[in-house]
Write a protein that binds this ligand. Structure first.
Ligand code: CA
Length: 487
């Protein structure tokens, strides 16, 4: 017992010494913040998380020189709501944004309600030069446009995805325009720069990397710090890679996996280009880089979430536990691994604190400033619970996570309880051994559900029809342990 305590003490001490260097943030200039988001990247699809077939040398180098996170979560298991949580620091369910925006033209004129404050607005107000490069997916009409949500610069596309090969999508687009068609698929429409259409000619991932380099180079010339949200759509479908990137993976025989690998490799190459630009402009040391995926990988489309169960969209770990790293030479020491849970909801308060930016009066954020905990290696949210919920037809898959414990209900079966640190694959249900803990976690999730707002939209009409027909959300069933067969 004594030995265990000493060991634990040494571990904490080591954490304190290793993770963050001694110099205080206040002693130097406010950091630049580079938030890099991958789209549908699998937990096991980066070298620093153990990928053996896909290589990610740039990301691995950042991980090696910085800190990795083994239990990092996002606010939702798919794109739109995850990004809404990232930008607002609040559960998307609380402002009716728990579904992807409608797949109709201009997202049906809908977007994340303007009553929500984006972290970009807070950083911009505090004097940061702000930009987003890549996929937006938070509303397409003017009031929801990135330039009206705290971003000085926007280069990319507003809907939920895009084709990667301009030599294919440009002619298709031109042909439809020439034919007078108005129902042109979002994925082949021109990209834009601050509301102005651009004719992109590079492989999209390379184009986004190029624009990120341009942004940080422009940022270096300003006498203000910057915040760049680099939202790659890679490796989200459609599966389209450059031949030379796929050639890096002769050992991969599965066709989808091979294309997917090429897409991940192109993104990694882009991250390397941006890091080189930071070095060239003397910004490398005082830039915080955070890299993560917006949700789990889609296993049917080449991704690998090992050892996690399931993937994108799921309340199992594979749905919303993501690869993540942090890199900041001036503050974060190499070779760190933060083993406690963190959530993308934490970025808003963390960025605001690092930027010494005041929070809007009355704002109720769901995350926590991670920085004090990262300094000591302790948990930022010991004993606190956070949640994930995905509505499906006539029920809601739900998870509640506290420390290493997770209560989860998928489908209409019983609630289960897992130790997701010892058992990340969620194979050993411990609900029978710890019924009180399960009860408490389900109770907390139920209380959390009272804070939800009815969905403001549905991605496809069928979802909306079902919601009404099935009298969703049916939380009286979701949180009923008796109904679930737990008693
Ligand atoms: Ca996604």
């Amino acid at each position: 017992m004594k030995l265990a305590i000493i060991k634990q003490g040494l571990k904490l001490l080591a954490g304190a010494l290793c993770m963050i260097s001694a110099s205080s943030i206040a002693a130097q200039e406010r950091p630049n913040i580079l938030l890099i988001l991958a789209d549908d990247l699998g937990y096991a699809d980066v070298g620093f998380n153990g990928s053996t077939d896909i290589t990610t040398p740039s990301l691995d180098q950042l991980a090696h020189q910085g800190m990795t996170f083994s239990q990092a979560y996002v606010a939702h298991a798919f794109c739109g709501p995850s990004r809404a949580g990232l930008m607002t620091g609040r559960y998307p369910h609380k402002f009716g944004s728990q579904f992807n925006l409608p797949d109709t033209s201009m997202s049906g004129g809908l977007g994340i309600p303007t009553s929500e404050t984006f972290v970009s607005e807070v950083l911009q107000d505090s004097g940061y030069f702000t930009g987003v490069v890549g996929k937006w997916h938070l509303g397409e009409t003017e009031k929801y446009h990135p330039n009206n949500r705290g971003f000085d610069e926007f280069y990319g596309f507003l809907p939920g995805g895009h084709n990667y090969l301009p030599e294919e999508f440009n002619p298709r687009y031109d042909a439809l325009v020439a034919a007078g068609r108005t129902d042109i698929p979002d994925y082949i429409k021109p990209l834009e720069h601050n509301g102005k259409q651009v004719r992109e000619t590079e492989y999209i991932t390379d184009a986004l990397s190029r624009e990120a380099v341009n942004f940080v180079t422009a940022g270096a010339k300003k006498d203000q710090p910057w915040f760049l949200y680099l939202a790659y759509n890679a490796p989200h479908t459609p599966l389209q890679a450059k031949p030379e990137d796929m050639e890096k993976f002769p050992h991969i025989k599965d066709k989808k996996r091979k294309i997917y690998a090429g897409m991940v490799y192109a993104m990694d190459r882009g991250v390397g280009r941006v890091m080189a630009a930071l070095k060239e402009t003397d910004q490398y040391d005082n830039t915080l880089v955070l890299f993560l995926s917006d949700n789990g990988g889609k296993v049917s489309q080449g991704a690998n979430n090992d050892p996690l169960q399931a993937g994108k969209g799921s309340a199992y770990e594979g749905g919303f536990r993501v690869p993540m790293l942090a890199h900041w030479p001036a503050q974060i020491k190499p070779e760190g691994n933060y083993t406690h849970p963190v959530n993308a909801l934490d970025f808003f308060p963390t960025f605001a604190a690092l930027a010494e930016a005041p929070l809007p009066e009355g704002i109720e954020l769901d995350g926590k400033n991670l920085w004090p905990a990262l300094k000591t290696g302790a948990s930022a949210r010991k004993g606190e619970t956070f949640f994930a919920m995905r509505h499906r037809g006539d029920h809601s898959d739900t998870a509640a996570i506290r420390d290493n414990w997770k209560a989860v209900r998928v489908g209409k079966g019983p609630w289960a309880l897992y130790d997701v640190v010892a058992d990340p694959a969620e194979r050993k249900d411990l609900s029978g051994k710890k019924p009180q803990l399960l009860h408490d976690l389900v109770d907390e999730a139920n209380t959390w559900s009272w804070t939800h707002e009815q969905p403001r939209w549905f991605h496809i009409q069928k979802e909306g029809f079902e919601w009404r027909e099935k009298s969703m959300p049916r939380f009286h069933e979701t949180f009923d342990l008796l109904e679930g067969g737990n008693y």
